[in-house]
Design a binder for this molecule. Structure first.
Ligand SMILES: *Cc1c(COP(=O)(O)O)cnc(C)c1O
Length: 364
């Protein structure tokens, strides 16, 4: 039996002819950049995310980068980031010339620890980027309280958590602004690259709108040094189709995660911990074990594909060698212990039960 980690072909096939109709609509309109589909998607995704503004951009990295720029963050500024995130969170900070200051996660939730944020604060700190890692909301209230106290900007990295809720409210609009990604494998994935900025701040939304389009609001007038980072009409049209089913797809993921957690509760594996205020959307179902490499090899030899998110933490990457980051023991330990099990909106019960039975049989 073969169980892929994520079968994107099946995910997109499950939308039937709806995606093809979206393609036809854009193809026949002859309009491919900054048109009606984008406008409609922005308004639909803003409503879904419970914010007043959504600005489509080229990808998730650029969503964070353009937000940092819109807040005027640059050289000399320090931005607190999780030590165990995908590198894009850090790259957005260095792309502005600012300094990423890592904060270690809470070992239970894998999300940024409040105590670690407090310990990382300096007079140069200007912002915090909590990541809703693996689809589980970070503990936003104490982060927002700290930000209030020290006058910091809070930008949520919501790339892995479209649809997740924190204390009953959608993530993405809880801080000053949020950034998300529509990379094909995300919970709301395009058929190519895409991203968006979410905010209730109309000034910031207007700034990002300008920055994504050559620093221009009126054609051929350039007020600020801008970029070309836009969400195109085709991707916006595809995303409109997929957004309508996002809550249902997330429910399927929740059922899979619950099944894993229920069936594996007596095993030696360290399972995801969900605080009672969190309503996660399970972009990934990540377990931890000291025998990670053996377990991954065992599953692979039985046809089950798993992935490691992420094998090398950002501070240990070659690209950051000159910044001489200190060791970060929790991030480093997680990199050796985490394993992401197959999860998606299309995985069938037979495959799921097969993975569970293998995991139950595993002996280190
Ligand atoms: C995917 C991801 C990003 C980057 O999104 P792209 O669209 O691939 O640029 C940023 N942060 C996190 C946590 C991600 O998972």
């Amino acid at each position: 039996m073969q169980v892929p980690f994520l079968d994107l072909k099946r995910v997109n096939e499950s939308f039937g002819i709806e995606l093809e109709e979206a393609f036809k609509r854009v193809h026949q309109s002859g309009w491919f950049i900054q048109g009606k589909e984008l406008e409609l998607f922005e308004s639909e995704f803003a409503d879904y995310s419970e914010v007043s503004h959504c600005v489509g951009v080229g990808n998730g990295l650029e969503a964070i980068h353009l937000l940092l720029k819109a807040y005027g963050i640059g050289p000399g500024d320090e931005v607190i980031v999780p030590s165990n995130t995908f590198i894009a969170t850090w790259l957005a900070v260095t792309e502005c010339g600012a300094i990423p200051v890592p904060a270690e996660p809470d070992p239970k939730t894998h999300n940024i620890s409040i105590a670690a944020i407090e310990a990382a604060l300096t007079p140069k700190t200007v912002a915090i980027i909590p990541v809703h890692l693996y689809g589980q909301p970070a503990d936003m209230d104490p982060i927002l309280a700290l930000a209030d106290k020290y006058g910091l900007v809070v930008i949520e990295d919501a790339a892995q958590a479209q649809g997740a809720k924190y204390k009953g409210r959608r993530i993405g609009g809880l801080g000053h602004a949020g950034a998300t990604s529509f990379y094909p494998g995300k919970n709301l994935g395009a058929l190519g690259d895409g991203g968006a900025v979410l905010t209730n701040d109309s000034e910031i939304a207007a700034k990002v709108r300008k920055l994504r389009n050559y620093g221009s609001k009126v054609k051929y007038q350039h007020d600020v040094l801008g970029y070309n980072s836009r969400l195109d009409e085709l991707q916006a049209a595809f995303l409109r189709v997929k957004l309508r089913r996002l809550d249902d797809d997330n429910q399927v993921r929740k059922n899979i995660a619950n099944h894993y957690s229920y069936c594996l509760s007596n095993s030696d594996l360290i399972l995801p911990d969900v605080p009672d205020w969190a309503d996660p959307v399970w972009h990934l179902y990540v377990i931890r074990t000291k025998n990670r490499d053996n377990l991954q090899q065992y599953l692979r030899s039985h046809g089950v594909e798993t992935l490691v998110h992420y094998p090398i933490p950002p501070h240990r990457q070659e690209c950051y060698a000159t910044m001489k980051f200190k060791p970060l023991p929790i991030a480093e330990q997680f990199a050796e212990q985490v394993l992401s099990l197959p999860i998606s909106s299309v995985i069938c019960d037979t495959d799921l039960n097969y993975v569970v039975s293998l995991l139950k049989d595993f002996r280190a």
